[in-house]
Ligand binder design. Structure first.
Ligand SMILES: [Zn+2]
Length: 286
């Protein structure tokens, strides 16, 4: 069933767990994610990232995501990931997306607040939820192989408090040690920072760059207030790796539908393992 981000985050708050947010730039991802969530009977967030527009236009994927969410046996939020311009975000709301992320994290603080307030008004008119970001995450969504120092742009807890108070967002994306894409060295997360932001804002915290983080670290951030975890790159890589393996072993003719089904099978398995951890109840630390 189609629900809002607020709805799934309320489930996560009651259970002290996190809901996975997965990008769906192709049918293999969309169907692989949904079947994994359904097998675990867990809610899920299906996302379209603005940065995936060249692979899959919003007008094409939006109606597919919404229809599959409505048909699903589990609560599914259809969310726009990293909307960086407001007309694009409005297009998603008009299609019926039940949640949008406005990403003004690279803008000056006051400009980020003003734009986020505008998005809040647009989303409210449609009954949709809003996630916004403060602090900067290195790497674009779906990017690979980069090696910046994330500590340079961690979210400041006091600024986060002010940001939440002045915007009234439903979920806050923060920077505390994760990066988008592939980790070249093991991520070191600032758990105290997550706890402090949670304590000061009282809001569900969103962790981007959830791929490649250890299961233990997932449990630790969930105990400290993370309620949505964005996970994409490693599931996409799992799909590609399975395709490579089958292609190397293939004896006869390979058709494109075989490639898609190999990808979907591996995405399904990877996402199922991931949701299993997100969906465990943790003991709250704050
Ligand atoms: Zn992200």
């Amino acid at each position: 069933m189609l629900v809002t981000l607020k709805d799934v985050l309320e489930i996560a708050e009651k259970r002290t767990c996190a809901i996975g947010g997965f990008n769906g730039p192709n049918l293999a991802s969309i169907l692989g994610v949904l079947s994994a969530a359904e097998e675990l009977n867990a809610p899920v967030i299906l996302m379209h990232a603005q940065s995936h527009e060249s692979y899959m236009p919003l007008e094409v994927v939006g109606p597919i995501l919404l229809r599959e969410a409505e048909r699903s046996s589990v609560p599914v939020c259809v969310h726009l990931d990293h909307g960086v311009d407001i007309p694009y975000l409005e297009k998603a709301l008009n299609l019926g997306f039940t949640s949008v992320m406005y990403d003004g994290s690279t803008l000056p603080f006051e400009e980020n607040i003003a734009n986020t307030q505008k998005v809040i008004r647009l989303a409210a008119a449609k009954g949709a939820s809003v996630e916004a970001e403060i602090g900067v995450m290195h790497g674009a969504e779906g990017s690979v192989d980069h090696d910046e120092d994330p500590a340079s742009v961690y979210t400041d807890p006091e600024s986060a408090k002010e940001f939440v108070e002045r915007t009234g967002i439903d979920a806050l994306a923060c920077s505390f040690g994760t990066v988008h894409g592939i980790y070249l060295k093991e991520p070191k997360l600032d758990f105290d920072r997550v706890a402090k932001i949670r304590k000061l804002t009282g809001k569900p915290i969103v962790m981007h760059g959830g791929s490649g983080v250890s299961h233990d670290d997932y449990r630790k951030v969930i105990a400290r207030g993370v309620r949505k975890i964005n996970y994409y790159t490693y599931m996409a890589r799992a799909g590609a790796d399975n395709v490579k393996k089958h292609l190397a072993e293939a004896k006869g003719t390979v058709l494109f539908e075989h490639i898609e089904s190999w990808a979907m099978e591996a995405i399904h398995d990877d996402v199922k393992k991931t949701i299993s951890v997100f969906w465990e109840s943790q003991t709250p630390v704050v």
